[in-house]
Design a protein around this ligand. Sequence first.
Ligand SMILES: *[C@@H]1O[C@H](CO)[C@@H](O)[C@H](O)[C@H]1NC(C)=O
Ligand SMILES: *[C@@H]1O[C@H](CO)[C@@H](O)[C@H](O)[C@H]1NC(C)=O
Ligand SMILES: *[C@@H]1O[C@H](CO)[C@@H](O)[C@H](O)[C@H]1NC(C)=O
Ligand SMILES: *[C@@H]1O[C@H](CO)[C@@H](O)[C@H](O)[C@H]1NC(C)=O
Ligand SMILES: *[C@@H]1O[C@H](CO)[C@@H](O)[C@H](O)[C@H]1NC(C)=O
Ligand SMILES: *[C@@H]1O[C@H](CO)[C@@H](O)[C@H](O)[C@H]1NC(C)=O
Ligand SMILES: *[C@@H]1O[C@H](CO)[C@@H](O)[C@H](O)[C@H]1NC(C)=O
Length: 858
Amino acid sequence: MMLSFYILFLVFGIPWTSPTTIKSQNGFTPCEFYPDCQCNKDNESSLYIADCSGLNMTQIRKFPNIIVKLTLRMNSLNEVKNGTFFENRLLRTLDLSFNSINTLWPSSFIGLEQLTELDLQQNSLSRKSLTYSVFASFQSLVYLNLKGNFYQEFQPNISSLVRLKTLKMDFAYKETTILGKQLSNLKRLMRLDLSGFTGNCSIIHLTPQTFQYLPQIHHLNLSMCKIKSVQKGTFDKMKNIISLDLSGNTCLKFQVLENVTIDLQFSAIKILKLNKIHKVFDMNTYLQTSHIRHLNNTAIEEFHLDSNRLQQIESGALKYFPKTLKYVSTRDNMFSIGPYLYDLMSMSIELFDISDMFKAHKEDRHPETCNMNFVCTWHREAQYNENQNIQMKELLFESGQHYHDDNAVTIIPIPYRLKTLRFRSSDSKYKIAAVTLSNNKLERIDVSNNILSQLIGPLKNTKNLKYLNLSSNVCSNISTFFFSPDFNKLEELLLGNNLLGLVLPSDTFGQIFQNLLNLKKLDLSENRISILPNQIFKSQRKLEILDLSSNFLEKIDFKLSHLSHLSYLNLRNNLLTFIDSHTILGINHIVNMSKNLSINLLENRLVCTCSSESFIKWIGSTSVQLVNKYHTFCQLSTGKRILMINIPEIYKRLEKDCTSYEVLISVLVVTILLFFIVLILGFSYRFRWKLRYFYYMVKIRSRSKIPQIDEDENEYMYDAFVSYADEDRLFIHTQLLQTLEKENGIRLCLHKRNFLPGNDIATNITSAIHNSRKTIVIMTYHYLKSYWCMFEFNMARMESIYERNNENVLFLVVFEQISARDFPLHILEVVQSQSYIEFPNDEQGDVVFWLQLVTALK
Ligand SMILES: *[C@@H]1O[C@H](CO)[C@@H](O)[C@H](O)[C@H]1NC(C)=O
Ligand SMILES: *[C@@H]1O[C@H](CO)[C@@H](O)[C@H](O)[C@H]1NC(C)=O
Ligand SMILES: *[C@@H]1O[C@H](CO)[C@@H](O)[C@H](O)[C@H]1NC(C)=O
Ligand SMILES: *[C@@H]1O[C@H](CO)[C@@H](O)[C@H](O)[C@H]1NC(C)=O
Ligand SMILES: *[C@@H]1O[C@H](CO)[C@@H](O)[C@H](O)[C@H]1NC(C)=O
Ligand SMILES: *[C@@H]1O[C@H](CO)[C@@H](O)[C@H](O)[C@H]1NC(C)=O
Ligand SMILES: *[C@@H]1O[C@H](CO)[C@@H](O)[C@H](O)[C@H]1NC(C)=O
């Protein structure tokens, strides 16, 4: 066995121990020609993509001419020797970024006539190395990245790169300057990225001359360029410009917008980014009509105004945005309510992002020093009617703290085409009372990470809503009517990280979610839920994903058998010990219908004990996928936690343990029962006579047919009851009767003569013994054999013990010789302890015998 394994190992290697496979993710394997690098071979062309990044290389070795794309990123290269790539005529993309290259020679790139992309960013190239002849080698270059190289005022002469479409480089000048004339050669240049985010950029003043040689540009990125002013006419010639990014130039302020937008009108502009053109701690800002008026003459689609401390917008200004505008991002601003909200409704935007309102800020690390401070001037212009503002507030939002009129319905204006509204992390503290949205096409709303602590509602006119994110809102109450019937299209509802454990357990009739008939995904994670009522998901027949992770569930109480589309049930990080058989039935029901259900039970308190036996059995056999099954722990009855790796084995062991346990219990129970039965039987046998005696005594007394004897007078009905076997009757009826009754006047009770007819014999015996002073026993072998005689004997014994204070009642007459061996034990005892007389059966002895008998009875 071991041997065959070993041979297998030699022949195939064991795949999961081989390091090759670990590195070969994404199809990369060590290159045949240079194993330190990772290669990916394209099967059609037999050419390689080689990745030699992060290898601390100091020299570029020669590579065979079978590579189309070579990455030498993040090494320690400091020069590219002449002719290094002479043979690599097939190379199309070369990445030399993040090295320390400071020297390039005129023939460094010779041979790369076909190269289309060259990345040299973040090196130490300077004026000396970036000569005209270095670039002259390239005839096909389309993409060139030179960022993070030169920190001094320098523009490389790249006029030979006539096919270049994308240029990224530093542009750091202390004084106003223009982009070199050599760029006018680059007729195909579309994209110019000078952004200071990824390199060094400093263009103090933009004038109509700055970009005079680049009228054809499509995409211009001037973010973080320390721009202080933009003169009218700067972008005037760029009729093809599609995107313009002026973000991060904190000295520009909104006042620059007029000069920019006036140039952009009638251009092809689609994307305008003006994020953070104010400083972090500037005064709050006011967007005026004049700033954006000219955009009316564009077909702009995206407009970004993030991080501008924007608080108010001039009434009517928004109407100048053309109908083409689809996406507005105004994140991280300080909006207050104003009449501009009415203008919103007429905007044609589809995506509106107003997240991160009132976010806390840190001052910039290196704040720019701006020449002048225009910011205060807007205050005068911006005075809007305070009264109007209050009315707006009343109309639009009801802040729970101020407002308590529950009947007031708030109408929120929504741009009529808006599909996505993002209002995340905005510190908004509202109790959502009755709210109706204006007519809308909203499909997605994200209001996560606010403080919407009470969702009372109803929220109406959400007829198109498919996605609603209400997570992280410290929400502790959802009313049963918050989700109005208008929510019937909702497919995804995220309520994670709230406090719904306070309200969901009391939703006994499943009213909260009852209108969400199309819900496919429901996230209730991190809500401190300890229990979910049976009916809570009664309407969610289409539910596919249910996330209940990170709650306090100890057991699953809610009904789930009707969730036939369920494909993922996340119960991670709860307090479950096992899944009860009722829920298992429900899950099996789902599996039978969809055959595709995963359950996550990680980080629970699963136990592998006798109580969870059937659960373990189910886990081992079910077709439900357990997420990360082999990382699920369960606790044994000994307290030890084990990984549930081999479930059938765990079950087998459990089955054995629990069976022997069961057997033990049943054996114990039976034993105890038997013990008690034996005990009872033993006792009743031991005290059989006593019990019988009392039984008959009770019977006699209750019938009281036999006259009661006056105990005080100590008088009995008979002097003696004669107990004898029928076989000995001759002696009794002749001698005994004759001698005792006739001659000596002793009243005898004989069963033949004195028993009351009609009474049963046992009662008769007992009562006769009871009513006689003595009981004479005529002991013979016949006597010992007779059942009734034994009865009489024992009853007399009981009588003497329980009724006569141990006074001797029995008078034994041993009529014939009986050997001691033949006496039953209890008779022998009496025979030995008590006086008895033997019947002598001779003339003289008889006289003495009768004398003794008479004396004893009188
Ligand atoms: C760039 O170099 C070429 C060739 O040496 C020269 O003709 C041209 O004038 C240079 N352009 C600039 C702006 O220096
Ligand atoms: C250029 O950028 C580097 C790193 O980003 C920085 O150290 C350097 O000071 C910058 N130079 C100028 C002139 O901005
Ligand atoms: C401009 O460059 C910055 C930094 O690379 C980038 O974040 C930004 O998205 C670019 N702007 C545009 C419009 O592409
Ligand atoms: C707008 O352009 C005019 C004329 O070119 C210029 O005087 C003014 O300073 C510019 N405004 C800003 C804010 O740059
Ligand atoms: C915007 O321009 C269009 C024509 O291009 C014009 O009809 C419309 O009235 C303008 N809008 C405003 C608010 O001036
Ligand atoms: C939740 O809101 C409803 C409706 O306003 C209210 O009746 C109920 O008392 C609230 N429950 C809690 C726990 O605050
Ligand atoms: C099973 O569900 C998963 C998602 O949980 C899905 O990706 C997969 O396609 C489904 N498979 C079948 C056969 O339905």
